[in-house]
Structure formats: C-alpha cells, structure tokens
Design a protein around this ligand. Sequence first.
Ligand SMILES: [Zn+2]
Length: 291
Amino acid sequence: MSILKGMNLKLLLLAGLTCLLGCQNKQKQKTDPAVTDPGIHTTTNPDKNYELHYDAIDQEQAAQIVHWLDQGQKDIHQFFGSDFKQDFDVYLFSERDSLDKQWQKDWNMPDFKSQCWMVASGIAHRLDILSPRIWETQACEHNSKDTITTQKLIIHELVHVFHGQHNPSPTFEHVENIDWLVEGLAVYASGQLDEERYERAKTFMQTEEGPDKLANIWKGEHKYGLAGTLAKFIDDTYGRKALIQLISLTKADDVLQTLAITEEELIKRWKQSFLLINKSQARVIGIIGKL
Ligand SMILES: [Zn+2]
C-alpha cells in the first residue's frame, strides 16, 4: 500500500501542497506544546524526529506504531547511509472518514472518497495511516494481524518521507514520470519485494511481454514486483551510491542521463536480469531480512 497505489502520481502527490493540518499543528505547538489537534493525543519525545498524533482509542496501536517507526528509521539509515533531514508528523487515523477528510483537504478534492485498499501515504513532512486496528472492517487487501507485512508498509511510507526530504519536490508534486522510481525504491528498501511478490511478477514477465516504458511499470497488479525489481536492478548494476543519487532527481530523463542509458536499454537489461534472478536470490532482496 502506498500513497500511489492505483492512482495517478500527480493527483495523490498533491498531498501536503496546502500543508493544512501539519502546518497548523506546528504553529500551535510552537506557542503551546500542549496544544495539538482537538481530541488527538500526541507523543512528544525530544529524542525522536517525529510526532505521532492519534485518538485515545488507538493508544495501544500507537505504541506499536512507534516501535515500527523507530525500527523502520534504523533500517532506512542502514539502506541509505544517512538520516532524515527534517522532523515530520505521523497521523494515525481512527476511522476512514477522518482520513478522507484530511486527504480531501490535502489534495483539494472535496468529494474524494478513498478506496478500501488505500490505508497510508507519505511525503516529506507527514505520514498518514489508517489505524490497523480497524483494517478488518474499514479496509481491504490488508491484514493487520500480519505484523511483518504491516511493518513493511510503514517502512514503505517512511521511505517516501525520506525520499521527499531529499527531493526538490518534497510532496512529489513537481515530478515527471518517476512514479516507478519513487514506488520501486519504497518497495525495494522496505523489503516488500519478498519471494511471493517476486515470483508473481516473474511469472507475469515470463508469460507477458511486460512494460516497455518506464511510465507503464507502476501499473497493474504486479506493479510492486515490477517497480521493486527495477530498483534492485539499478542497485545491483550501478551500486547503492548511484541509486541514492537518484532520489534528488525529479524527471525520468535526468535519471536516465545520470545512469547514462536510454529508456529502451534500461528496460531491456532490467527484463533480462529480472528473468535470471532465481528463487534463492529473491529471498534476500531488500533490507528487512532480519524482521
Ligand atoms: Zn508508495
């Protein structure tokens, strides 16, 4: 799950444009650290680089989320070799309606209703998540009892936050054809490219031609596997340093130029390497092997 699942990158990355809730909170907190959203609890800890906002009903869930956020940040530091550049807010929504209201504001779409598989989003200054406590009744395609998958989802969003903080377009609003990179990196670095997902994507690639344009990678039911393996291909071929260099770019053309390769050649070589990866290698994909 991600900020981008099934939706146009630009559309969803309108999130944060207006900086509505997050900015207001920051202003309030500057004058009175005790004041936050009405009815919302906030964890403040000078040792942490984020504040978690949640309803009282999610107190227990919040403690779990804090653990995952802290562990996730360690994993991200390990993967990227650097820290988050700025503090951010994490909002744990206790019901889908309140999450919808937030996204309606952020994306300036008053009639927006999220689909059941949309449970989280991440940009430079905030991470929104529908409380896993209610996924069973207010979400689909997600099982909160599967804590490893849930943790990976949160790390996925944290990678978006990290990426946004290192990109000239912190909300990813002013980007061009890099959804495959934004999502592929989040899938790969979060460990979501697991064996099952890889195998499904591999089968797809063996029976179909697969995408022939970067713009077509983050589409369809195998997009996690496709985008994730492309990020892995770049990591394996060009090295971690080169992969990290890409997070400061906003256009696919600049990515291709940095990698000194044409779009056609990149896709051709990725497809070749993708089909060569065997099952045992797929097991070690990603950084979350220790989870
Ligand atoms: Zn995502």
